[in-house]
Design a protein around this ligand. Structure first.
Ligand code: ADP
Ligand code: ADP
Ligand code: ZN
Length: 222
């Protein structure tokens, strides 16, 4: 299955992505994780991307699109993939469609994780992430078992530099201006499924599964 996860920063995309990736055996591709890894390793891409991430601004489309195309060309994406944090602009979505179309492929479905703005600030300022595997935790809603250590890989769990109140507000504005239009873009293609992202993490995943199973059922019938 080829899936796109949509939703504002802090909606729980990364959290749900880990579950989906495991259950449906498809790679989780997070552009944010790719940028952060490159910044940590001080690669050329990392040096280019750093100022944008620090400021909560979008990395330019040309740079981002090339990285995703490159990643989707990997062998592990042959039977599907889960995109988290990409596309974030209509230009990116169009480039993705064109890239897949040229290979006679298409996005199957997009899941919009819907969370009211009021909850987002608390989710993001309390977020902690594993600096090694990218897993997302929350000081209150999803704490690590051992303080400061990732449950999955034992890596150091830290606060992201861009998860401060000021940067979060800027990122939400950018979401409204540049990413929100993608809801209409995928609705028009009949590919949008809205998931209620409030409540317990496992409850949200149940809703995700119901939506994906419904999609699979429909497609087996056709
Ligand atoms: P969040 O999980 O809060 O939505 P991400 O980890 O997806 O954040 O992204 C972090 C930062 O990486 C963004 O603020 C932006 O600077 C950059 N980034 C990630 N994905 C994209 C993209 N598709 N286009 C441009 N910039 C991106
Ligand atoms: P995104 O990838 O959309 O930016 P994350 O998956 O990183 O979002 O989640 C943002 C923060 O909210 C993290 O601290 C995460 O642990 C927490 N979180 C995710 N889902 C829920 C939920 N259903 N209820 C409460 N907190 C959640
Ligand atoms: Zn980890």
């Amino acid at each position: 299955m080829k899936i796109v996860l949509l939703g504002p920063p802090g909606a729980g995309k990364g959290t749900q992505a880990k579950f989906i990736s495991e259950k449906y055996s498809i790679p989780h591709i997070s552009t944010g994780d790719i940028f952060r890894k490159n910044i940590a390793e001080k690669t050329q891409l990392g040096l280019k991307a750093k100022s944008y991430l620090d400021a909560g601004k979008l990395v330019p489309d040309e740079v981002t699109i090339d990285i995703v195309k490159d990643r989707l060309g990997n062998e592990d994406c042959k039977n599907g993939f889960l995109l988290d944090g990409f596309p974030r602009t209509v230009t990116q979505a169009e480039a993705l469609d064109l890239f897949l179309d040229n290979k006679d492929q298409k996005i199957d479905t997009t899941l919009l994780i819907d969370v009211p703005k009021e909850s987002i600030l608390e989710r993001m300022t309390g977020r902690r992430v594993c600096s090694s595997c990218g897993a997302s935790y929350h000081v209150k809603f999803n704490p690590t078992k051992v303080n400061g250590k990732c449950d999955i890989c034992g890596g150091d769990v830290v606060q992201r530099k861009d998860d401060t109140e000021v940067t979060v507000k800027d990122r939400l504005n950018i979401y409204d201006e540049q990413t929100q239009p993608l809801i209409g873009y995928y609705k028009k293609q009949n590919k949008l499924s809205t998931i209620n992202g409030t409540g317990d993490i496992n409850e949200v995943f149940k809703r995700v599964k119901i939506s994906l199973e419904a999609y699979l059922d429909d497609n087996n019938k056709n």
